[in-house]
Design a protein around this ligand. Sequence first.
Ligand code: DC
Length: 233
Amino acid sequence: MPNESLERTVPIVVAIDGPAGSGKSSVSKAVARRFGFGFLDTGAAYRALAWRVVEGGFDQEDADAVTASLDGFDYSIGTDPDVYFVRVGEIDVTDAIRLPRVTAVVSAIARVPAVRSHLTELFRTIAGSTDRPGMVIEGRDITTVVAPDADVRILLTASEEARMARRSLEISTQSADTVAEQLRSRDRADSQVVDFMSAADGVTTVDSTHLDFEQTVDTVAEVITTRTARTSP
Ligand code: DC
């Protein structure tokens, strides 16, 4: 008789998509911590490449120059939700990749097909090498392109108003109007590449407009529990 109680050896993959300001990074991190899973912030890789383009003097408007910046792009990221870091070579860029001058060019970088296919492979490699029982991967195209076969696929949304209010609380160095305009224009640019506003087939939408942080984490955790019949410790 086959042994029905064999432990699952392949990590559980939780894919979370959503627009900027939906809370997907902080929610994904908290959910990963709750389940003892790893956490992969894919936007950080696009940002790190954008940092390299800016610092290396590559022309961000020239797709060939951006593609050339992938050559020797030595990227590493912490997937432990408690020890987050982003490095390019030996340089710690954890804070630098959030600077407005990097954020301003990241959509142009993310539009280049060679960048998307290179980073998609990188994400699959990082996710596949986790030694944890699962991995939460968040970004814009995770449920549709990077991990369409994930065990759990969630689209985390919030109204534009709520997302702007949250972003503006996070970024105290710029006015609320500037933050709102940047977010709107990044949404516009990013949505030309990936449709992260509507859920693909089989993807569960969690709308956090009227939820606080803890409620959002609880709701996402419930979806994971239901979909995997797994209880959080
Ligand atoms: O989530 P974020 O703001 O850190 O993402 C930075 C940029 O990277 C965002 O403008 C769009 C792009 N991105 C993407 O195209 N695909 C992903 N999986 C993640 C991010």
